[in-house]
Design a protein around this ligand. Sequence first.
Ligand code: SF4
Length: 276
Amino acid sequence: MDSATAQAPVSTTTKHVTFRIWRQNGPDGAGHFDEFRVAYGKGANVVSCLMEIQRNPVTTSGQKVAPVIWDAACLEEVCGSCAMNINGRVRMACSALIDRIIGDGEPIITLEPMKKFPVTRDLAVNRDRMFDALKRVKAWINIDGTHNLGPGPRQSQGDHSVMYKLSTCITCGSCLEACPQVTIDNGFIGAAAISQARLFNMNPTGKMNAEERVRGLMGPGGIQDCGKAQNCVKVCPKEIPLTTSIAVMNREVTKQIVKDIFFDQGDEKKSTGGPG
Ligand code: SF4
């Protein structure tokens, strides 16, 4: 759903909240804050208030301004597109209830775009780095055609439970936003892609390409850039065990490095005619 066509719910009370919203025309544009005062009802969340502002984009100083731009689609924490900084903490705008954020009194809620991604406009950011990271670790299952392949190999209930949790990643970017190792211009792939590599390596069919995924985690920007701050796991809206995924894949990378050492030595011996 385009945010421009979204329908706002009708407010039923006279409670008000003031939003301080970051405005920026593009990745290189200078930014500033605009303030808007919004009436809201029970159960209102940040997205529903943004819709109210969109219908009447007049600031608290009475100036009519361009409608605020943000990304949203499912409005139920599934699409991952509405992640933003709300009062300095990254979270999903669709599940950020106004009453829970502000408590009592006449509050101000500050909305800013995520800072580890280029701003496309206002609160909307470009998440390409996340999708590039998924490509780097080959976060998919290769198939040899679109014909009926029949039932896949059986999985244990234990593996299935772990994989189900890992599969709930919504590529929202919150884990990258909270990670001190990720900057807007570095190449660290971040926790989400590492966890997806674990997911697809657990899949009975995906195991066939496990080494390629492990190699995708090696090298510059790879898993060794993780500083173990553990912020990722604290902000993940789907409560994915990201630090466990990082530990598991770190072990796989170490095993691959050891294998490479012995394999390379074996190759060298063969090519030089040495013993072994
Ligand atoms: S791992 Fe969690 S925080 Fe990171 S992109 Fe996926 S859902 Fe968002």
